[in-house]
Design a protein around this ligand. Structure first.
Ligand SMILES: Nc1ncnc2c1ncn2[C@@H]1O[C@H](COP(=O)(O)OP(=O)(O)OP(=O)(O)O)[C@@H](O)[C@H]1O
Ligand SMILES: [Mg+2]
Length: 341
């Protein structure tokens, strides 16, 4: 277990600054060497983006590092723009004579598309031009257009150019997982990525993470305080980081209160996205905050079995709830608090 700990909100982008996660990183490296595509999965704030960026940095001498954040992408045009702007400047300069041939005209810092080319052909040609690259597609579930087609195209690129590695990640990866796991007639069947799941740390690792980070900002802490942070917050790195960042400048009580407020606000926003205006969804989530079984939730929610099952299935894929054979329950302390306020 190692790595420097500096509390910052930015995703880490260097393996030396990633605490723990050695096993996951070694597995990712093995998958990259086999050329398979892979998905980095896990609950919110667990460190998916950090690990993806650290891997890009680690391989930057052998592969072009391309990090694409798909947040807010609504069309293929948006996607091409994002991909283009994710390409390192030095590579753009090297490739600049090739862009017109694939339908992209560069004008200063922006690009226009030659309308004689199909959007999908432009994306495919652009990604193919990049040759030996690791391409991270973060928040991939955000694509609100033809995702099936898009994945199929990525697969073709990978088959034709076995030097390109795709890494998918995102906070509500459930949508993507569902798509990639389609069976039967789907063109995607049998091409699932290797899934690397980042799980919350155990208590000891979380304690060591906090202790290491607080030592680097010269704060002396005691185990009772750290124990309280973990009791209240759980062990998800991003939430602990909120506390650490504040504890470097304020006392324990204030740091805990402020970081809980901050984390609960993030979780409330996510829950708002999941629940929308639906009263029954809210009721069911509240029940699961305490732990509840399927039949009780069915009775209280007054929805059909398939509606309830679909909702639970989605929450499981988002790593918000877990099912232990008897009950469904909310996994994360912060989400539990956010549901109950
Ligand atoms: N292993 C780690 N070591 C050190 N810091 C970490 C680690 N994992 C995550 N962090 C820190 O936790 C925070 C959240 O990390 P990150 O943004 O990578 O998570 P994420 O899973 O991508 O979150 P989201 O679901 O919001 O996209 C960041 O501040 C990052 O610096
Ligand atoms: Mg992220």
């Amino acid at each position: 277990m190692g790595g420097k700990v500096i509390f910052t909100e930015k995703p880490r982008n260097d393996i030396d600054n990633i605490f723990d996660r050695d096993d996951e990183i070694n597995t990712i490296k093995k998958v990259i060497d086999t050329g398979d595509w892979l998905a980095i999965l896990g609950p919110r704030m667990i460190g998916k983006t950090s690990i993806a960026k650290a891997i890009l940095n680690e391989y930057k001498k052998e592969y072009n590092p391309i990090y694409i954040d798909f947040t807010g992408i609504k069309s293929y045009n948006d996607a091409i723009n994002k991909i283009f702007h994710a390409i390192p400047r030095s590579l753009i300069d090297k490739l600049k004579d090739n862009f017109a041939g694939v339908g992209i005209n560069i004008m200063g810092n922006s690009i226009t598309f030659n309308r004689r080319f199909k959007d999908t052909d432009i994306i495919k040609a652009l990604l193919t031009l990049l040759k030996k690259s690791i391409i991270v597609l973060d928040e991939f579930q955000e694509l609100s257009f033809g995702v099936n087609h898009f994945i199929n195209m990525l697969h073709n690129i990978m088959m034709e150019n076995n030097n390109t590695v795709f890494i998918f990640t995102g906070s509500s990866i459930g949508v993507m997982k569902t798509l990639l796991e389609q069976k039967g007639k789907s063109p995607l069947a049998g091409r699932n990525p290797v899934n690397i799941v980042l799980n919350p740390w155990n208590r000891t690792t979380a304690m060591t993470y906090l202790r290491t980070g607080l030592a680097s900002c010269n704060v002396s802490v005691n185990d009772r305080e750290l124990g309280e942070v973990i009791d209240e917050t759980g062990t998800i790195t991003g939430w602990l980081n909120f506390y650490g960042k504040r504890r470097c400048i304020e006392n324990h009580e204030d740091a805990l209160r402020d970081s809980l407020d901050e984390a609960i606000n993030v979780a409330k926003y996510e829950i708002g996205n999941i629940v929308g205006q639906s009263k029954w969804r809210k009721t069911v989530l509240k029940m699961m905050a305490f732990g509840s079984n399927y039949n009780t939730m069915l009775q209280e929610s007054h929805v059909s079995t398939s509606t309830l099952s679909n909702f639970l299935h989605r929450l499981e894929k988002l790593y918000v709830i877990r099912h232990d054979g008897k009950a469904y329950y909310v996994v994360d302390n912060i989400y539990r608090k956010a549901i109950l306020v």
